[in-house]
Design a protein. Structure first.
Length: 388
């Protein structure tokens, strides 16, 4: 874009000979202005793979990892996490589950035995009642009154014993039923925990959710994940980027914030392949300012640019690049090379050529470019200025 502006809109300064001095003509045109930065390539469409969520697991240790940069297929194993803690928990829970199952079996046997014994007790109590009742009913005048009364009391006692034994049987049934329900509930809960741990162990063998190139994620310290690395819940493990849609992430100094807008054109040269230039446009601007790093107190905000015509053969996420943002004004201005300007008493000054000699003229600089400036006062288009 800069070349087009310079070629189409900026008229080249004509150098004229005047003795040993070189003279230029002040012309109007577009002032090329750029903000030069460094950035890092990212994919616009990336699938991040994190450690699986397992109950009561907050820390993970990476046991094996597929090679970074390798092409993986969907469903292929790309990482394995250490399962020793889950295996120990599974062993303990499986043991508890086996104990509960044995308790249920024992409770059912005991329930059957106790109920059968109470049934026998009821049958015996009924038999004693019938026997006492018959004695009372068969007693006549030949039986002493006191003996008759005894038979009557025995019948009443036997009847009450039948009733009490029946109540005891009902209570025992209810108690054993509640005990069994409790144990079955514990069994169901423990079986669910065992199943969850089994699934968790399987999930620690991580598979690719889609095909693509594998890229290692970074931890909180900015270090790439590797075998033996310890991760925490919520951290990324690896990612699989879409290399057909690439972006470049950059940090823009606070003092340049007013000059950067969405839609501005950027030029991108990869540090690994600086000969080839790529173009892009700024697509996102950060909402907040931050310190660049703990070691660099420069205040910056983040910006993202979409890269046009991303090259899958050479572009990889994480690659660094030199970025130039075109912030040229669309308005034509009076342009002058920096080489024609010097400072007199702290004021920008030029030597304006007159018919026979040159005169000192103070100017007012409006904007600064890399090699050119735009001026708002002191000169007019067509004026001749000595190039120092």
């Amino acid at each position: 874009m800069q070349k087009q502006l310079l070629t189409g809109l900026l008229v080249c300064f004509a150098l004229q000979g005047c003795g040993s001095e070189k003279v230029i003509t002040v012309e109007t045109g577009l002032l090329p202005q750029n903000i030069n930065l460094t950035g890092e390539l990212v994919s616009a469409n990336t699938v991040q793979v994190s450690p699986p969520v397992v109950n009561r697991v907050w820390q993970y240790q990476v046991k094996t990892l597929a090679t970074e940069g390798s092409f993986v297929k969907e469903g292929q194993t790309i990482a394995a996490l250490d399962t020793s803690e889950l295996m120990q928990r599974l062993q303990n829970k499986s043991s508890e589950l086996a104990t509960i199952k044995q308790d249920i079996k024992t409770t059912r046997i005991r329930m059957f035995e106790e109920i059968e014994q109470l049934k026998l007790n009821i049958a015996e109590a009924k038999m004693n009642y019938e026997k006492a009742k018959r004695k009372f009913e068969l007693s006549d005048e030949t039986v002493a009154e006191i003996e008759k009364k005894k038979y009557e009391n025995d019948a009443l006692i036997s009847k009450r014993k039948v009733k009490l034994t029946q109540q005891l049987l009902d209570l025992e049934k209810q108690s054993l039923k509640q005990r069994l329900l409790m144990l079955e509930s514990d069994q169901q809960k423990m079986a669910a925990e065992v199943n969850e741990l089994q699934q968790g162990i399987v999930s620690f063998n991580i598979k690719a959710p889609k095909e693509g190139m594998l890229v290692y994620e970074k931890d909180f310290n900015g270090e790439k994940v590797k075998e033996g690395h310890t991760l925490y819940a919520g951290m990324g493990l690896v990612s699989i980027p879409d290399l057909t849609e690439m972006q470049v992430n950059m940090s823009i100094p606070e003092i340049e914030a007013h000059r950067v807008q969405v839609g501005q054109v950027v030029s991108i040269r990869l540090d690994a392949n600086p000969e080839k230039e790529f173009k892009g446009k700024i697509s996102q601007l950060g909402k907040v300012f931050r310190s660049k790093s703990s070691n660099v107190p420069l205040v910056v905000f983040d910006a993202m640019a979409d890269i046009e015509g991303a090259d899958q053969q050479i572009m990889k996420p994480g690659m660094t690049a030199k970025i130039s943002i075109d912030v040229s004004s669309p308005q034509t201005q009076l342009l002058l090379p920096k080489a024609a300007i010097y400072y007199e008493n702290g004021l920008p000054t030029v030597d304006k050529e007159t018919f026979f000699s040159s005169s000192q003229v103070f100017i007012e600089i409006e904007q600064m470019g890399e090699s050119m400036v735009s001026i708002s006062k002191g000169l007019e288009a067509g004026d001749k200025v000595v190039l120092r």
